[in-house]
Design a protein around this ligand. Structure first.
Ligand SMILES: [Zn+2]
Length: 68
């Protein structure tokens, strides 16, 4: 189990790939918000400007991933 980067799981989030619930973790790498499913390995980077400003609020409501 790697713990190099600080990450936390997003409650209620569903993986867009394997559809598993509560397996998606959120962490920052090089100041880029990234999502990773610990079950299937799905990874996604959030680089939109509005993501940063809405991160705090988004944490509470995230559950659906918008396709790129
Ligand atoms: Zn998954």
């Amino acid at each position: 189990m790697s713990s190099r980067v600080k990450r936390r799981f997003i409650a209620g989030a569903t993986c867009p790939s394997c559809k598993a619930l509560d397996t998606v973790s959120l962490y920052f790498e090089n100041n880029v918000e990234k999502l990773e499913c610990v079950k299937c390995g799905y990874a996604e980077s959030q680089t939109d400007d509005n993501v940063k400003s809405q991160t705090r609020e988004k944490e509470n409501v995230i559950g659906i991933f918008k396709p790129q």
